[in-house]
Design a protein around this ligand. Structure first.
Ligand code: FE
Ligand code: CA
Length: 527
């Protein structure tokens, strides 16, 4: 089957209006067109690359955004005030000799000319290649895949990271993840940071002020998507993304701003941030923002092998207890406190009880296991600030006979491997679950000890792993990096991967430690 790539099909808004065709972009009603905008329209509109995400056993989301001038401060990337048709193709081979699907999508002005194509009707457990076209311009080619059919097992290679502060260094971690060619990549939040530019750093934020408007958030996302290391990682595998706080503002909780900052205008700011996030991520229409909310928690099944429960611990949480930060805080254990909100918790417990796959992988943002500093304080932004939420979920693993719960975590700019315990005061008890915490992709800059380390800037100092009250923490590293896993019906193997320097491009990744988690026996075994 041949998709209609050479034939121009006007978008709905172009019909009945005067239509111009300009260097690959279809412009409806372009009265007052200037020479400058005509030359912009000849520029490559695919400078933000391509991405795919949220695979099912029969389909996947394909993403791109047209932006010939991505950093224009109006947030429209140099595109005209009109909707534009974009053709897409999907094939089983990189040369597109064997096309299996294709069509035309509309890149809408009011969605910053982002394109989300939900392809269906594909074969299960299959690799595909995709690209987009607007007249003369063809996008880079992306590789993606579908999940195995329900009931089918097989193996899965999966990698995840979090926290990519653009100013702190190059995105070598993304490139090294791409080099591994995993089946799926997960991002656990802090894909962007909202802060303004600061001097003396390897790279510089655009806009240079703290972002707050829809245009600001769009430009900041575009800045990231222009990064070639990140583009490579998006083009190599489908991504499953969840946000944390910095996609909006540091440590916000629901509609409560960090610390005691006045809330005025925050719902509108959060809505702008959510809108820009949706526009730049390969998410399904079920995640399209509505008013100032966005449905991000969702399940992605991987045959009978694994179920990804993708959580949102930011949008529905209670405000941090005891003024946030680190504290000795009995209030953090109050029974009514929640980090997920009641509806998401019910949804999660219900999903866990369905035993959909061998491995129940809860991909989320903040530190899940208990972590006590030597002064007795615990972190109020992680699950230690919402102890009852953690207890309810951990109890459900036992009560509902969830054999292989694995929690994936980001946020802390350091790697950890944790055994999860029913009662963290009984350190000798058998683990009931496993937590894998990825370090950051770039936040913090070069590793500890280096002059270029930015870890002191507002990030928590971490206690030693393995100390008496933290013996369930089996591994800890503060180097930048990611976690690589290989998942089979019998075991999950885990490599903690690290890059020593990120103030220069191209450093290698190395494995710091490897563990195995055996099916039916939660907890980490050294490899
Ligand atoms: Fe972060
Ligand atoms: Ca965070």
């Amino acid at each position: 089957m041949r998709p209609h790539l050479t034939k121009y099909v006007p978008s709905a808004t172009a019909i009945g209006r005067r239509t111009f065709i300009l260097g690959g972009l279809t412009v409806a009603g372009a009265a007052g067109l200037t020479h400058a905008s005509a030359s912009v329209s000849r520029a490559d509109p695919f400078r933000l690359g391509v991405a795919s995400g949220d695979p099912s056993s029969s389909g996947v989301v394909l993403w791109t955004r047209l932006a010939p001038s991505p950093l224009d401060d109006d947030g429209h990337g140099g595109m005209p005030n009109a909707n534009v048709d974009v053709q897409w193709q999907l094939a089983t081979d990189e040369r597109f000799a064997n096309l299996v699907a294709g069509g035309t999508a509309v890149a809408r002005y009011d969605a910053a000319h982002s394109v989300h194509v939900e392809v269906g009707g594909l074969a299960a457990d299959a690799e595909y290649f995709y690209r987009f076209r607007t007249r003369r311009h063809t996008s880079p080619v992306g590789r993606t895949r579908t999940a195995p059919a329900p009931g089918r097992s097989g193996e899965l290679s999966m990698a995840f990271t979090s926290c990519a502060h653009y100013e702190h260094g190059y995105f070598t971690v993304y490139r090294r993840m791409a080099n591994d060619r995993p089946d799926v990549i997960l991002h656990l939040g802090d894909y962007i940071y909202e802060s303004g530019a600061k001097p003396g750093r390897p790279r510089r934020h655009t806009p240079d002020h703290e972002i707050a408007t829809l245009a600001d958030y769009r430009v900041r996302h575009a800045l990231h998507k222009m990064d070639t290391d990140l583009q490579l990682a998006h083009a190599v595998a489908p991504w499953l993304v969840v946000w944390d706080d910095h996609e909006v503002e540091n440590n916000y909780a629901g509609l409560v701003r960090e610390r005691d900052l006045p809330n005025g205008g925050f719902p509108a700011r959060r809505a702008a941030a959510y809108q820009a996030y949706y526009e730049h991520m390969p998410l399904r229409a079920t995640s399209r923002p509505a008013q100032h909310n966005m449905q991000l928690y969702r399940r992605v099944g991987w045959g009978s092998l694994a179920t990804f429960h993708l959580l949102d611990t930011r949008q529905y949480r209670d405000d941090q207890a005891c003024g946030d930060g680190w504290a000795v805080c009995p209030q953090a254990s109050a029974a009514e406190r929640t980090i997920t909100g009641a509806a998401q918790e019910r949804w999660l417990l219900d999903g866990l009880g369905q035993h959909l796959g061998t491995w129940d992988i809860m991909a989320q943002q903040v530190f899940f296991a208990r972590l006590i500093k030597s002064d007795g304080t615990t972190g109020m932004d992680g699950w230690d600030g919402y102890v009852a939420s953690r207890d309810r979920i951990q109890r459900a693993w036992v009560e509902r006979a969830v054999r292989n719960p694995v929690v994936l975590t980001g946020d802390v700019h350091a790697a950890y491997a944790n055994n999860l315990l029913s009662d963290y005061t009984r350190q000798d008890a058998a683990p009931i679950g496993t937590e894998l915490v990825t370090s950051s992709a770039s936040s913090g800059g070069n590793g500890p000890g280096a002059a270029e380390s930015f870890d002191a800037e507002g990030e928590t100092v971490q206690p030693e792993a393995g100390s008496l009250s933290n013996r369930h923490i089996r591994f800890h590293s503060r180097l930048r990096g990611y976690v690589r896993t290989r998942i089979s019906p019998q075991q999950m193997t885990v490599d903690f991967r690290a890059v020593d320097r990120i103030d220069e491009r191209g450093h290698r990744a190395r494995t710091l430690a490897s563990f195995a988690v055996a099916e039916g026996r939660p907890g980490l075994q050294p490899l």
